[in-house]
Write a protein that binds this ligand. Structure first.
Ligand code: ADP
Length: 968
């Protein structure tokens, strides 16, 4: 070994009591010089040990002296350091036992001093270092191996415990954990099924893993296809699979519900695997079924409740029908003043009772959750004004001041249920008037924007009445509660009004409350959030703009009234002058001032309006300056006869009303036809024009009588059947054109009878069936139609509605006869088609002259050649429009209503139907106001006027024909 290999090797030499260490010392010294060995000699053993730990030499050379302590020191040293540093022993004596002992203790070599030469020494040192290195490397690799083994052991341990955990989870989750595979050839298998299979399916998991069809076959027959489809779908889309179905349990033999969910993954070979869980959901399904049953039962109970309501309403309305109807007929006869008064009281009480019944129905409807609110745009001012209108008379009778204030921030139009809002306001206003003996009732409306589209409307109704005691205030809004519930109470009422108001407010998302001081008055507050809508203000018709530039004199002692009138008149471009007294006004007129029109307050302190009117007429011509009376009570013009008023206005003054009155006066149209109530709805010629064979089916004798009398008023008579069975028997005996069929009758009701008639009779012999029912609910109407009835009359039967129904039936029958006659190509036999007699035709001729505007009649008569075409065009076109108009009103389409009414109006005007024209103008007006409210009520009248007009023209046509033909 070359000595240079020892370069930089650090050698520590501990002589350890060697007697002669010179030779060795010399050898080492030489190596130091030639081989750059770094030598450290420590003669003192203790210091040597210290140097050993401090410097960590590459090799240690230790002397072994003959002395026992030297040997022991070497063995001790070896025991501690031999593992860390290669040790070479140099002994004074050549002793095998010692050498063995030293080598066993870890020494690398045992050299004998006297045999030692430099070469041997250095070679031994070199080997010792090498061996030390090898041993070190070995030891390191050993440690590494140990570490690897240790890691492997830990991994295995972890695997074992995780596997055990999964096994435990798979075994313990309620249900079956599984792996399912669908192969491209369509075969399926369960590579894994957990122990849960046993409980879930009653099958051993191993059996399932062996044959997947074991499970599939036990699925409920109705669910199997669905299962296969769901698996195929999940395999196709790779979307998670989720399914529930019934499974026949192998142990219990019962069907149970299972539900599964899992996520599929596609293997490169085309296999699709699902790892998932199947669980038993039988209990959940049972709960669901029970819940559904409970819900159905609850719904049935609600239905029963609403049916009960309908029945109750029927039961109450039926006798009411007789009371109100009979009283109406009674009032139509000649009566002594005393009798008339009694009859009127009966009628008023009947009406009041109906109101209460309606209240109760309303309340029950709200309670049953059946009240649905409308969402239509409406004009706020209109609602306030029309509500005030309804109580204005009562307030005036009690001498109460009635006023309203709309704050300037109020939006013009909002969206909501106008009828229900009016109901609330009217209720509060009527209460205020009812409980106030003197003073005033004021309605105010403030509004605060909530967002750009929503406003909070705050209505208050303040009165100066009796007030409400503090301790009663909270009870007011409870149903059937009144402040004074004693039997001797002064004020009537059901105590339902405020309860209804409160529920309506809540339904609208608002609230209602009251503030009151006993003896001083009450203020009811209503706050409702509402969406603003586009203004539905009645746009002034261009043709009506003839108010512009006209002058107006206002005579009223009340400055507020004067101001209101002035402002409104100015907004239409009129000039107005105010006079605070009759005297002042007369002075102006005497001085030669003249106006296009004057409005006079009736009640003024010094000289009242009536006297003033008479005075004015002495000064100027009533045709050049028409006078309008202003009064707080709705009074008929007739009451002021002689005073020369062109028309009357009622307080509170409403803009629309004022406009209409002024426009009407200026348009110099003849005064409007008297209010409908004063016109008798009866038309004794109807039966002559539209003959009908009528069967009346009604079980109650009073109602039979009433109906008989009503029919008589139109010139009809009817056979009577007391129930459905009798109707069928009557039809076997002879044909009828019309059956007026009560819905609720003993033995066989009207619905069943209608169904049988439709089933048993050929279409050409089917009579028209009109249902008579007191059930006010829409479902009842639908049930009637479903049973094959053609029309519907609500009890109490209104003469106008009956007339409309009879007219419709008459026209329908007539058309059918015509068709039949045409089909048979022969004149219809007398019995089948009782044509109007000569007298009837004469009557009709005068009627047609009455119905058709004389100017138009004359004009159109001059165009005989195109008249038939005109009539038929009018008839069919207006009919289509009218039918669509019904729909527009039902769906609340105001714009369509406006357009259609406009169209019909135009057509009616050109056919000379002035009444139809007027009523269509009203419909048009309603539509223009952005609502359909009140339109439905006009429809019967429209239909009847339309029928009349058509009828009149048709007779006109036939007469014309016979006129042009030479007399036989
Ligand atoms: P009713 O039909 O009895 O008037 P309401 O529910 O409308 O039913 O009113 C309940 C009760 O509240 C009334 O009977 C009356 O005692 C009291 N009340 C309502 N409004 C007023 C008011 N403006 N002033 C005094 N008391 C009132």
């Amino acid at each position: 070994m070359p000595i240079s290999d020892l370069k930089s090797v650090r050698l520590l030499f501990l002589p350890n009591g060697l007697a002669d260490m010179d030779p060795i010392h010399a050898m080492l010294q030489e190596a130091t010089e030639t081989a750059s060995l770094i030598l450290d000699v420590q003669d003192d053993y203790g210091a040597g040990i210290e140097a050993l730990t401090a410097t960590a030499p590459d090799v240690l050379l230790v002397g072994v002296a003959s002395a026992e302590e030297s040997r022991q020191a070497v063995l001790d040293l070896l025991a501690v350091h031999a593992v860390l540093v290669p040790v070479v022993l140099v002994s004074e004596r050549d002793e095998d036992a010692l050498a063995l002992q030293g080598m066993q203790a870890g020494a690398q070599d045992f050299l004998v001093l006297q045999d030692l030469d430099r070469h041997t020494l250095l070679r031994s040192v070199r080997f010792a270092i090498e061996r030390g290195r090898v041993r070190q490397a070995l030891r390191a690799s050993e440690a590494q191996k140990e570490a690897i083994l240790d890691a492997a052991r830990r991994t295995e341990e972890a695997l074992r415990s995780s596997d055990a955990r999964y096994q435990r989870i798979a075994a313990n989750v309620p249900g079956m954990v599984y792996q399912f595979v669908l192969r491209p050839d369509g075969s399926m298998a369960f590579p894994f099924a957990s122990d849960g299979a046993r409980e879930l399916f009653g099958i051993e998991p191993a059996a399932i893993m062996a044959d997947a069809m074991l499970l599939v076959e036990r699925l409920h027959g109705e669910d199997r296809e669905d299962f296969a489809a769901s698996v195929a779908e999940s395999a196709r889309t790779l979307e998670p699979w989720k399914w529930a179905g019934r499974y026949l349990h192998a142990q219990t033999g019962d069907y149970c519900w299972i539900e599964g969910a899992s996520r599929p993954h596609l293997e490169p070979n085309g296999d699709v695997f699902w790892d998932g869980l199947l669980v038993d959901i039988t209990h959940r399904k049972q709960a669901e079924t029970e819940l559904r049953q409970a819900k159905e039962e609850a719904e049935a109970a609600t239905l029963a409740k609403s049916q009960f309501l309908a029945t109750m309403s029927h039961e109450i309305r039926t006798p009411m029908n007789a009371v109100i109807g009979m009283t109406g007929l009674l009032l139509d006869t000649s009566l002594s003043p005393e009798q008339r008064e009694y009859a009127q009281i009966i009628q008023e009480s009947g009406d009041a009772l109906l109101t209460i019944i309606n209240d109760i129905l309303d309340y029950s409807k709200i309670e049953a959750g059946q009240l649905e609110l409308e969402q239509q745009p409406f004009d706020l001012r209109d609602v306030v004004e029309s509500s005030l209108d309804l109580i204005a008379n009562r307030a005036a009778e009690k001498g109460l001041e009635l006023a309203y204030v709309l704050q300037p921030d109020t939006p013009d139009a909002v969206r909501g249920d106008v009828t229900r809002l009016r109901q609330i306001l009217v209720n509060l206003l009527s209460n205020a008037v009812k409980f106030t003996e003197q003073g005033e009732v004021i309605l105010t409306l403030h509004s605060t924007p909530l967002t750009a589209e929503r406003y909070e409307l705050h209505f208050t109704v303040r009165d100066t009445g009796i007030g409400i005691p503090e301790d009663r205030m909270d009870r007011l809004f409870h149903s059937f509660s009144q402040v004074d519930s004693s039997t001797t109470r002064r004020y009537g009422g059901t105590g339902l009004g405020l309860a209804i108001c409160q529920r309506l407010c809540a339904l609208m998302g608002g609230r209602i409350w009251v503030e009151s001081v006993l003896g001083q008055g009450s203020t009811f507050h209503v706050v409702l959030p509402m969406e603003i809508a586009a203004p539905v203000h009645v746009a002034l018709e261009p043709s009506a703009l003839h108010l512009e530039g006209r002058s107006l004199l206002i005579v009223d002692d009340n400055p507020t009234n004067r101001q209101i009138l002035t402002l409104q008149a100015r907004s239409w471009g009129m000039f107005s002058e105010e006079s605070a007294s009759a005297e002042e006004a007369l002075t102006r007129l005497r001085q030669g001032e003249r106006f296009d029109i004057a409005i006079l307050d009736i009640q003024m302190p010094d000289m009242d309006g009536i006297t003033l009117a008479r005075e004015i007429h002495r000064l100027c011509d009533p045709t050049t300056m028409p006078l309008v009376g202003l009064s707080s009570v709705t009074r008929r013009l007739a009451e002021f006869e002689g005073a020369g008023f062109a028309t009357m206005l009622t307080k509170p003054i409403k803009q629309s009303q004022l406009f209409n009155v002024l426009a009407q006066v200026f348009a110099t149209i003849p005064p409007p036809p008297p209010a409908p109530s004063t016109v008798s709805p009866f038309d004794t010629t109807l039966a002559q024009r539209l003959p009908l064979r009528i069967l009346m089916a009604e079980d109650l004798v009073v109602n039979q009588k009433l109906l008989h009398l009503l029919l008589g008023k139109f010139g009809y008579r009817a056979d009577i059947a007391a129930n459905g069975l009798e109707v069928l028997k009557a039809l076997e005996r002879q044909p009828y054109d019309l059956i007026l069929m009560d819905v609720q009758m003993p033995e066989m009701d009207g619905l069943e009878a209608s169904r049988r008639i439709h089933r048993d009779l050929p279409p050409e012999r089917l009579p028209r069936i009109v249902a008579l029912t007191a059930n006010a609910m829409r479902e009842d109407q639908e049930a009637c139609m479903a049973a094959g009835m053609d029309d519907y009359l609500a009890k109490p039967i209104h003469p106008v509605a009956l007339r409309v129904a009879l007219t419709r039936a008459g026209e329908w029958t007539q058309k059918r006869r015509e068709n039949r006659a045409q089909a048979e190509g022969a004149a219809p036999s007398e019995s089948e088609n009782p044509m109007p007699s000569v007298e009837a035709a004469t009557v009709e001729r005068s009627l047609s002259e009455r119905v058709i505007d004389p100017v138009m009649l004359a004009e159109l008569r001059s165009m005989r050649d195109i008249l038939p075409e005109l009539i038929s065009m009018f008839r069919s076109e207006a009919r289509v429009r009218l039918d669509t108009l019904h729909g527009a009103i039902e769906t609340g389409d105001a714009e369509q209503l406006r357009q259609l009414a406009h169209g019909i109006r135009g057509a009616a005007a050109s056919m000379g139907g002035s009444e139809l024209t007027a009523i269509c103008a009203r419909l048009e007006e309603i539509g223009r106001a952005g609502t359909v409210e009140g339109a439905a009520a006009l429809l019967p009248e429209v239909e009847s006027l339309f029928a009349q007009l058509c009828q009149a023209w048709e007779y006109e046509e036939t007469l014309g024909d016979s006129e042009s033909e030479p007399p036989p």
